[in-house]
Design a protein around this ligand. Structure first.
Ligand code: EPZ
Length: 419
């Protein structure tokens, strides 16, 4: 996916089925290393980040099989201690999970670099602090980090400076085979962290307190291969619901867990959007205009940072949005790169530190460039809601998190072509 061309201004309505969560699949796929056996994954999204993770696992010795059923079997028994090339690991942020998994399984982990969207610095100091508290020795080399625990890891109290999703997940993986009890304080409570904990517990780990800010892990001697169905992707679901709001609806997303979408659905209700929830579906309708409000992102159950660009795009749409709104980004230091592109469409946005104030305006179709995964999704929403033909280049960034994007949007009535 290099370029997306949209003929916008059309009403979108219909139903799409949401895929498995990228942000659950990545820690689970790398976490499977600590089983040393075969695991079978269903509902695994074939987005480029997940395919890259499978490539990294294969390099390290795992055997990957795509089964007729659509499930994916990963045989971790062949994985050996080693360092995957930076050319592979630097493509995705999820590579950081190799550290906890390889350290727990082999007493040694080395990572040349992890990628992910560019929101400014994305340090892993909290991950490293946790490994050190568990008895590992961390060496920051010129182009890589080397972590060694020749005598194995022991349990520890790990007070995170912030509820980091990555650090919580990485340390849960490492602690699952450590000697004794680990307590991760100020832990993240995102649904994909809970999904990882469920996977590890099914494999024999002893983890409690997930979903609270204090996760306890009692290390065990051995973990076992399991089957796992990846939870629905709440950010993919939220993005398509935003498309329904931007372009009228009704749009229904199926195969979702409505409880994971509560922060977004509460926001829609405050905006005056009609929301209906079923057991595994959510439907939005915005035939009338909707209100702009003030949205502040934060760790779950606050409004998710991964939907911040999308909701901001909704507030920009002068043909639908009323009043003025704002998005305040409290999770990442700089996650507003997409706003420059929205301004090129005519969006009226002023940024003060972590807050973007938005005044709806009639947007113009433009040639745009996606800055990152969710920023690109926001540009796509704006293009779908704006009369005329827009193009979005650097669209591979969007392909990292949205499987079958063209087919799903066409099913809702969009005139879109992906090149
Ligand atoms: C995960 O990133 C997700 N990525 C991100 O989704 C998501 O935005 C983020 O969690 C927050 O929910 C994956 O799961 C692959 P963090 P992660 O550690 O783990 C700071 C998407 O669009 N921090 O919770 O990197 C950090 O800089 C992507 O799908 C430290 O300072 O996020 C950030 O400001 C984008 N030191 C904040 O904490 C650390 O050691 C939250 O980061 C770790 C984090």
């Amino acid at each position: 996916m290099n370029k997306i061309v949209v003929s916008g201004g059309r009403r979108l309505s219909g139903e799409i089925t949401v895929g498995g969560s990228k942000n659950a699949a990545l820690p689970i796929l790398f976490g499977g290393i600590v089983t040393g056996e075969s695991c079978v994954f269903s509902n695994l999204p074939r987005v480029s980040d997940v395919l890259k993770a499978l490539e990294i696992l294969k390099f390290l010795g795992a055997r990957i099989r795509f089964l007729q059923s659509g499930d994916v079997r990963v045989d971790y028994s062949g994985v050996r201690a080693g360092c995957a090339p930076c050319s592979l690991t630097s493509a995705i942020r999820g590579s950081t999970y190799l550290l906890g998994a390889m350290l727990a399984q082999f007493g040694r982990a080395e990572l040349g670099g992890a990628g992910g969207c560019d929101f400014g610095a994305r340090p892993i100091d909290q991950h490293l602090m946790g490994f050190e508290r568990m008895g590992a020795r961390v060496s920051c080399l010129e182009n890589s980090v080397l972590i060694e625990a020749p005598n194995g890891l022991h349990g520890a109290r790990i007070p995170l400076a912030m509820p980091s999703v990555g650090a919580t997940a990485n340390l849960m993986i490492a602690a699952s085979l450590a000697e004794g009890e680990t307590v991760i304080e100020n832990a993240a409570a995102e649904p994909h962290v809970a999904a990882l904990a469920a996977f590890l517990c099914d494999a024999g780990a002893r983890i409690t307190g997930v979903g609270t800010d204090s996760v306890r892990v009692i290390g065990v001697q051995k973990l076992y291969g399991v089957q796992n169905s990846i939870i629905p992707d709440m950010i993919e679901a939220g993005t398509y619901l935003c498309a329904g709001v931007a372009c009228g609806g009704p749009v229904r997303v199926r195969a979702v867990c409505p409880a994971h979408l509560t922060p977004l659905l509460d926001t829609f209700s405050k905006m005056g959007v009609k929301v209906q929830t079923g057991e595994d579906s959510v439907t939005v309708t915005a035939l009338e205009r909707y209100r702009c409000i003030d949205v502040v992102t934060g760790p779950f159950p606050a409004f998710p940072t991964d939907l911040q660009p999308q909701i901001a795009a909704l507030f920009c749409l002068g043909n639908r949005a009323m009043g003025e709104g704002s998005v305040t980004e409290l999770v990442f230091r700089s996650r507003f790169r997409y706003i420059e592109e929205l301004r090129r469409m005519g969006a009226i946005v002023s940024i003060q530190d972590r807050c973007a104030h938005i005044q709806p305006s009639v947007l113009q179709a433009r040639k745009l460039r996606s800055p990152d995964l969710r920023g690109g999704a926001a540009l796509l929403l704006a293009a779908l809601a704006t009369n005329g033909q827009s193009e979005i280049t650097n669209a591979a960034t969007v392909g990292r998190g949205y499987e079958h994007l063209e087919a799903k949007l066409r099913a809702l009535g969009a005139h879109i072509t992906v090149f």
